[in-house]
Design a protein around this ligand. Structure first.
Ligand code: SF4
Length: 323
């Protein structure tokens, strides 16, 4: 049998289905794993006899549980994320998080990344898929003469783990950051928020990419500068339960009004350019998933984060926008 790149924890899934007496289960997988979704559904159904319903909605984070599907199943298996969310108010009893640990050896890509490291001290971070292998990476780096720091944070479940909206475990004394994982979402955010050079090493593709904070920050500064001329703002409220921040949105609206700005609250599930089109405001403020602000760089109107909007309101310094 072909070795899977992730640990799908089939034995745990089967045991939970039996233990809870589930008859119908839901599966929610990240978009990149849609191609294997039907195989996983078939395997679970064949082995346990349950009816399986696949979620066709987004699955960007643990903030993004398919709650409508959760209502009609006995158990919902949400793949690819951890359940550690300080901002999550409701602990879903029916949702089981399957972290999808990678089965790929990370040492070869770390050995390749060493050539790109300039400093003596490296902050080491990873997405949950690789976090269990950070000590292997540490061994490689130490043997190459580097000092390694793996940060801890109360906001995440594992040491060195980063989320797209939480880089607190990367706030460590170091010269640069080595990120183990895929895509640009996390490393670009890391560079933006820590102000440090980030070397991203993807164990699946063996690709090494470099993210320079100055380039990314310049783009955000120009977005804030554009919003300084705005007279009206749409304040976006994310309707996914893990992203819902009504009190913050209301507070921002009040502050905007106090500064003589026209502000409107807009609730939505997904923040896309299409969903913002047509609203007669000059700029938007996003209180939902912070996403990679790079995503918003291509939107027609400025879309600011909460901190960036506070700069526009004169409540935060330009230098303090990433704190
Ligand atoms: S970055 Fe966005 S999608 Fe990812 S966990 Fe945070 S709020 Fe959710």
């Amino acid at each position: 049998m072909e070795k899977k790149p992730y640990e799908f924890e089939f034995e745990r899934i089967k045991a939970l289905i039996k233990e809870r007496g589930a008859r119908r289960v839901g599966l929610q997988l990240p978009e990149g794993l849609r191609t294997v979704a039907t195989d996983i559904a078939a395997e679970i159904s064949k082995e346990t006899g349950v009816e399986v319903i696949l979620s066709g909605n987004s699955c960007y984070g643990a903030c993004d549980v398919d709650e409508k599907l959760e209502r009609i199943v006995d158990l919902l298996f949400h793949f690819g994320h951890t359940d550690t969310f300080s901002f999550r108010e409701r602990k879903p009893l029916k949702v089981v998080f399957i972290e999808l640990r990678s089965t790929v050896d990370i040492k070869p890509v770390v050995e390749k990344a060493v050539a790109e490291l300039k400093g003596d001290c490296v902050g080491l971070v990873a997405t949950v898929q690789h976090v269990h292998a950070l000590n292997d990476a540490k061994v490689v780096l130490t043997q190459s003469g580097k000092k390694v720091v793996i940060g801890k944070s109360d906001n995440v479940k594992y040491d060195g783990q980063v989320l797209g909206c939480d880089f607190s475990s990367a706030i460590v004394p170091c010269d640069e950051i080595l990120f183990i994982g895929s895509g640009s979402f996390h490393p670009a955010g890391l560079a933006l928020y820590t102000g440090k050079r980030v070397i991203a090493a993807d164990p699946f593709t063996m690709q090494i990419s470099i993210f320079e904070p100055e380039d990314l920050r310049k783009k955000r500064y120009s977005m804030i500068a554009r919003a300084l001329d705005a007279k009206s703002f749409g304040i976006i409220i994310g309707m996914k339960s893990g992203q819902f921040n009504l009190s913050k949105a209301l507070a921002l609206k009040r502050k905007a009004a106090a500064k003589g700005l026209d502000a409107h609250l807009i609730a939505m599930e997904e923040v896309t350019e299409a969903s913002l089109l047509g609203f007669k405001v000059d700029a938007f403020v996003n209180t939902a998933c912070p996403r990679l602000p790079e995503d918003f760089a291509h939107f027609n109107k400025p879309v600011l984060s909460i901190n960036e909007f506070e700069v526009v309101l004169g409540e935060r310094s330009w230098e303090g926008v990433w704190q």
